[in-house]
Design a protein. Structure first.
Length: 391
């Protein structure tokens, strides 16, 4: 309101100025236009150290009835760049993963893919993800989202559109999005022989509302639905059969998934904040899942803060999950991700935000650690750090 009043006053003064006095230009009030400038850059590195066993793996497997090794080390580097261009905001995100251990190398003949019989190979994966948002008015944005993912046996393309609109002086915001993902993947048998290509399509829609409940409280509700068709297996997962042998995994060619999300953020009087998250998930494969997460933020000094987080997750098994499948079964899996299990995540992160010069307004540094454990023999240590600049 103050800014609008100042602008109106400047226009009025310009209108009554004498003819021999120069009038005010837009650049005199707002400064020279900046058609394109980088607003922020952030780089993050994360190391995942995973240990455990699963029945879908054939690595270091003593017998058909015992699970295989799922140990893996994953190194992930990410960079995020946010730029402004007039009424547009562009966000470019590039993650790169290097996976050592049970990762699929698309090789015909010998050696077969290490996901099938070895646990010492290396696989690289990367994505380019770009979102361009157009600020069509002070209360409305629309965006276009494009992403491309590449790794040795897998390609993926995503195209999405969406937007948001604010109401009641910005106290209420409604957001929506629609995304289409197309995957191309190599098909293998459980012995590592490449059999050709397979395809998968995923269509996703989301609708959410965010509401300012009080000067210190924000609430959020969201619903998302996804329909997937095509080859929904990675094709080399193994399933123990009733005959005492191993067979390939067969998943249905259709999956619809529904997720309901509720979030609550509350500022605390001692210079901190708490965030709560709940998610209910259900699909037509018989899986129901509940997720509960709490994050506590606390400023240690004016420039540094600490974040503690805890996450609990539980799910039922897919209706066709089994450790003794009939030989002629058309739907079967022993994938530990589709089994009955619960998981917990404990985490801590420390961050510092420092003001620098007029050209680099802020420097952000953080270090974090999370411990992930779940009941069907999978554990992971997650180490992360980031360095960011605001201009």
């Amino acid at each position: 309101m103050i800014a609008r009043a100042a602008l109106l006053l400047a226009v009025l003064l310009a209108g009554v100025a004498r003819a021999d006095e120069p009038s005010l230009a837009a650049s005199d009030i707002f400064g020279e236009p900046r058609p394109f400038h980088i607003e922020s850059m952030r780089a993050r590195f994360t190391h995942f150290d995973q240990t455990g066993r699963g029945y879908q793996s054939q690595a270091d497997r003593a017998s058909v009835s015992t699970p295989g090794l799922e140990d893996a080390d994953i190194e992930q580097a990410q960079i995020e760049i946010i730029a402004q261009q007039g009424k547009f905001t562009h966000r470019l995100w590039i993650p790169l993963d290097v996976i050592t251990a049970a990762s699929p190398d698309a090789i015909n003949g010998w050696p077969p893919p290490d996901a099938v019989s070895q646990a010492s190979h290396q696989n690289e994966a990367g994505s380019i993800d770009l979102t361009s948002t157009y600020h069509s008015s002070p209360v409305q944005d629309v965006f276009l989202h494009f992403s491309f993912h590449l790794e040795e046996p897998f390609r993926s393309w995503l195209l999405g559109v969406g937007g948001n609109r604010s109401f009641a002086d910005g106290n209420t915001t409604i957001a929506y999005s629609v995304n289409q993902v197309f995957d191309w993947l190599d098909r293998f048998n459980i012995f590592g022989t490449r059999l050709g290509r397979a395809y998968r399509s995923s269509t996703n829609g989301n609708l959410s509302v965010t509401q300012l409940l009080s000067p210190t409280t924000v609430g959020h509700l969201e619903y998302g639905a996804t329909v997937q068709i095509g080859e929904l297996s990675n094709t080399w997962n193994a399933v123990p059969l009733a005959s005492g042998e191993l067979g390939r995994e067969y998943l249905p060619g259709l999956r619809h998934r529904h997720a309901f999300v509720a979030r609550l953020a509350q500022a605390l009087p001692w210079n901190g904040a708490v965030k709560g998250f709940y998610r209910f998930y259900v699909d037509n494969w018989g899986i129901e899942a509940h997720t509960l997460e709490v994050q506590l933020y606390q400023h240690i000094t004016r420039l540094a803060y600490l974040r503690l987080n805890y996450r609990y997750y539980t799910q039922t098994a897919a209706s066709f999950w089994t450790l003794s499948a009939p030989v002629n079964s058309t739907e079967r899996t022993a994938d530990s991700d589709l089994a009955l299990f619960s998981a917990q995540t404990f985490g801590v992160l420390g961050a510092v935000d420092l003001g620098l010069t007029r050209f680099v307004r802020e420097l952000h540094v953080d270090f974090g650690y999370e411990r992930y454990v779940r009941t069907n023999d999978l554990r992971a240590n997650i180490y992360t750090c980031s360095l960011g600049f605001r201009f």
